[in-house]
Design a protein around this ligand. Structure first.
Ligand SMILES: Nc1ncnc2c1ncn2[C@@H]1O[C@H](COP(=O)(O)OP(=O)(O)O)[C@@H](O)[C@H]1O
Ligand SMILES: CC(=O)OP(=O)(O)O
Ligand SMILES: [Mg+2]
Length: 359
């Protein structure tokens, strides 16, 4: 029994076929620079091992107030996902396109939507409430929830303790990046907000800025709302500071003595450190800090710089373990375990989709 997992992004289509019982990947791939989602999916369908597929699991970034758990997809669900595009302009339109195309191509199996926001529906009001008029009906949602859920559970497993007993700070550092504070398996705070723009510095996104920056840009640079949106989401972050959104290239430039790249790296890591401090306080102490996703899993420099100087808080990294990318990169005596845990959003999605169709 396998599940076809689809992550249809704005510029790429990632897919895998996961055998749910064993957790093994029967096939996977990424189509980069997708312009025509229908053509890209048709290509994938011709190579993916779909014989035993019992469901299709679709990643959907924004579930808004409406979706707090995975759902079987029907026309109303697709329409609601499209309606949420204003809150995730980089993600939801492509997610919805992918679903519609896959529904046509694979009409014989149930399709399930898995929402990035779902894991964070446990946030308490004090964490999700912005101090703005209630009538605006805005709040923080949080994203990358599938990854934060999987990695926080894996962290407890590595520590050999029940999920309910451990506090974990998860640092998901991929193209998008977010931190979360997970207490006993429940997300109690996370760095992304109403949209996936808030929080950490990302490849092309600014993360936290003074909200008055937007007003300033409108007034003094005469930029339109759409222009500001495009700059903060697609032309900020590492790309704006270092000239490239890929951390590997930023590191190459740092090595070559590029001062702009050095500052970009410094800003990126310092922002992570501030969130670690905030979440240590929010949790009242953590048992583990887990790095995950492309940068978190592969970049020892970012891991070391983000947590440098935190020995007094019980946080330390063993240089050799960090360089080797071991699972536990803190010294054995360390009160807070620092972990490198490869995320597996595909397995998590497949498992959740299988649970939905079993109901
Ligand atoms: N060896 C590496 N060192 C530093 N950064 C890396 C490395 N490998 C991948 N990355 C970074 O990971 C990012 C992609 O992360 P990933 O989790 O795959 O992203 P996505 O959000 O698309 O799933 C790339 O933009 C790249 O900057
Ligand atoms: C929500 C989000 O930022 O997703 P991604 O990292 O895939 O861009
Ligand atoms: Mg990823």
């Amino acid at each position: 029994m396998s599940v076809f997992v689809v992550n249809c992004g704005s510029s790429s289509l990632k897919w895998s076929v996961i055998d749910v019982a064993s957790g093994s990947t029967l096939g996977s791939g990424t189509v980069q620079k997708v312009v025509d989602h229908a053509a890209a999916l048709a290509d994938v369908l011709s190579v993916a091992p779909l014989d035993d597929v019992v469901a299709v699991a679709h990643r959907v970034v924004h579930g808004g107030e409406r979706f707090s758990a995975p759902v079987l997809i029907n026309d109303a669900v697709v329409a609601a996902i499209r309606d949420l595009s204003v809150l995730a302009p980089l993600h939801n339109p492509a997610n919805a396109d992918g679903i519609e195309i896959a529904l046509k191509a694979l009409p014989g199996v149930p399709h399930v939507a898995i929402f990035d926001t779902a894991f964070h529906t446990t946030l308490p009001p004090r964490a999700y409430t912005y101090a703005v008029p209630r009538a605006w009906n805005v709040r923080r949602y949080g994203f990358h929830g599938t990854s934060h859920a999987y990695v926080s559970r894996e962290a407890a497993r590595v520590l050999g303790r029940p999920v309910a007993d451990v506090n974990v700070i998860v640092l998901h550092l991929g193209n998008g990046a977010s931190a979360s504070a997970v207490a006993g398996g429940r997300s109690i705070d996370t760095s992304m907000g109403l949209t996936p723009l808030e929080g950490l510095v990302m490849g092309t996104r600014s993360g936290d800025v003074d909200p008055a920056l937007v007003l300033h840009l409108r007034r003094t640079h005469n930029l339109s709302t759409d222009e500001i949106d495009a700059v903060l989401n697609s032309r900020s972050g590492l790309l704006a500071l270092a000239g490239d959104n890929d951390m590997r290239e930023v590191q190459r430039r740092v090595q070559a003595g590029d001062r702009a790249a050095e500052l970009a790296l410094d800003v990126y890591c310092y922002r992570i450190r501030k969130y670690v401090g905030a979440y240590l306080a929010a949790l009242g102490g953590a048992d583990a800090i887990a790095f995950t996703a492309g940068v978190g899993e592969n970049d020892p420099v970012v891991r070391a710089r983000s947590l440098a100087g935190l020995q007094r808080l019980g946080i330390e990294i063993d240089a050799a373990r960090n360089e080797a990318g071991e699972t536990v990169i803190s010294p054995d005596r360390s009160p807070v375990a620092v972990l490198v845990i490869p995320t597996n959003e595909e397995l998590e999605m497949a498992t959740q989709a299988a649970a939905v169709i079993a109901r």
